[in-house]
Design a protein around this ligand. Structure first.
Ligand code: FAD
Length: 456
């Protein structure tokens, strides 16, 4: 029996993992990737240098048999280390122990590991091959190599994992409008580096934490890298009054701003001027589509279908969760491809919309509220309820990051829990003012028990 052929556009994080999963399920998979092979040419970045891997992504990697290999190359982050402008820094742990932690992974390292795994599973990888156009009636695509030379190629089942600027999405949209809506955040980002320490300590600051310098309308974060450095990301309004990337066009202006607003961080970045002047300002948007597929001929997945802002650290995690759902649907009794694509959209789209909304909300929480007393009182009351009534209360961040509960469920549940916390704290400034037994009675009367949790 000939194996069904699937053509994937994009061999980034989601494309490479999906290719491996499909090959392991018996499909003949080919991948066309625009960039040169990172394993030979070195990884050419584009988006962030490192990323936070959480339970959803990890679960997909377990399915692919790759979780242990990835974790060996990752740095554990036990919580958020918050650095206020004044006062001491403090670690807000994610869980009581190391069973609830997230992991900082190198994008390049992870991509290369996934490409190796895809190749080992029998996937044919083509690098330096960029999708130019797709004729969905003739089932042919046009690819360009690095010199711009074009060729045409047969492709009856196409999957676009070619990221937020997807070329396949543009081709599908020309064929049949997908109802695309792009909402720019209005804030951009720039990456800077804290190099490894020179003394006995390998890391200049606590390695096992996601560092945040919240400053109200903007913030810096830093994630550790295995060799001892940290990648710092400054998030700031793109335009408008000070401070924005408009008013900080170069390292001179930005240096003065950092001396005022991030005085403890600036000395940790010895190549500040070089980093600031040579690294681009990245843009951030949320992408919504009405349709993710054209019958059984073409489908979008990962950022190509639902790019989100990075403030929940879930874009890749969500894309990885997508890959398992899609591979299972396609493999399930070799169901009709159009039917599998439609089912994939039916299952994943509400979840993608929910994490898009939560990621936007988390920006405000990270840059603003982690240092805000009302937020901290709510967080404390939530923690007490979660401890005393774990079947009825779990912080939203924890549901997103450490469970497999569908994002859409988490969004709704989080909203209901938040309303209850607001109600319980009305007129109080501290969680200590709330009578806990009465709060638990109110909780149990208002919200049904949480579904049974599937931990990894
Ligand atoms: P991409 O990673 O963009 O890969 C697309 C691939 O397609 C690339 O290899 C590209 O070269 C290729 N391609 C593009 N066009 C073509 C073409 N025409 N033909 C052929 N190939 C093509 N997510 C997390 O889970 N945790 C985090 O901590 C996190 N942090 C982030 C921080 C920042 C600053 C940003 C911007 C994003 C972050 N994300 C994070 C989100 C994450 O980066 C994305 O969700 C993830 O990269 C999506 O993977 P993808 O494979 O769908 O797309």
């Amino acid at each position: 029996m000939t194996r069904q052929r699937i053509t994937l556009i994009g061999g980034g994080l989601v494309g490479a993992l999906l290719a491996q999963l499909l090959a392991r399920r018996g499909f003949a998979v080919e991948v066309f990737e625009k960039r040169p092979d990172p394993r030979r040419a070195g990884f050419v970045g584009g988006r962030s240098i490192n990323l936070a891997l959480a339970e959803r992504g990890l679960q997909a990697l377990r399915t692919a048999g790759l979780a242990e290999d990835v974790l060996e190359r990752a740095v554990m982050m036990r919580g958020r280390m918050v650095h206020p402008l004044e006062g001491a820094s403090g670690l807000q742990r994610y869980g009581v122990d190391d069973s609830e932690v997230i992991w900082s992974v190198s994008r390049g390292g992870l991509n290369m590991l996934l490409l190796d795994a895809a190749e080992a599973a029998g996937v044919t990888l083509h690098f330096g091959q960029s999708l130019v156009s797709a004729d969905l009636d003739a089932k042919r695509i046009v690819l360009a190599d690095e010199s711009g030379t074009q060729r045409s190629h047969d492709a009856s089942v196409l999957i676009g994992a070619d990221g937020a600027g997807s070329a396949l999405r543009a081709a599908m949209d020309d064929y049949q409008p997908l109802g695309a809506r792009v909402e720019p955040l209005g804030h951009g980002y720039k990456e800077l580096e804290i190099p490894p320490a020179t003394g006995a300590e390998r890391f200049a600051i606590e390695p096992h934490a996601l560092h945040i310098w919240p400053r109200g309308g903007y913030m810096c974060i830093a994630l550790p890298n295995t060799e001892g450095s940290f990648t710092v990301t400054l998030f700031l309004p793109a335009h408008g009054p000070h401070p924005s990337f408009d008013t900080l066009p170069d390292s001179r202006a930005a240096g003065a701003f950092f001396r005022e607003d991030f005085p403890d961080l600036l000395p940790l970045i010895p190549h500040f001027a070089e980093d600031y002047d040579s690294h681009p300002v990245g843009t951030l948007s949320t992408l919504y589509l009405d349709r993710w597929h054209i019958d059984g001929r073409a489908l979008l997945i990962g950022d190509a279908a639902h790019a989100i802002v990075p403030f929940h650290g879930q874009g890749m995690n969500c894309g990885f969760e997508d890959t398992v759902v899609l591979a299972d649907l396609l493999a399930e009794s070799r169901r009709d491809t159009a039917d599998a694509f439609a089912e994939f959209q039916r299952i994943r789209q509400p979840n993608a919309n929910a994490i898009a909304a939560m990621a936007l909300e988390n920006y405000i929480e990270m840059r603003d509220s982690v240092a805000d007393p009302h937020y901290l009182a709510k967080r404390e009351l939530g923690a007490r309820l979660a401890e005393r009534a774990p079947k009825h209360f779990m912080a939203r961040y924890r549901m997103v990051t450490f469970t497999h509960l569908p994002y859409a469920y988490v969004y709704e549940r989080g909203r209901a829990q938040d309303q209850l916390l607001e109600q319980l704290l009305r007129g109080s400034t501290s969680a200590n003012d709330v009578q806990l037994d009465a709060a638990i009675t109110a909780l149990e009367a208002t919200l049904p028990p949480l579904p049974k949790l599937r931990h990894g």
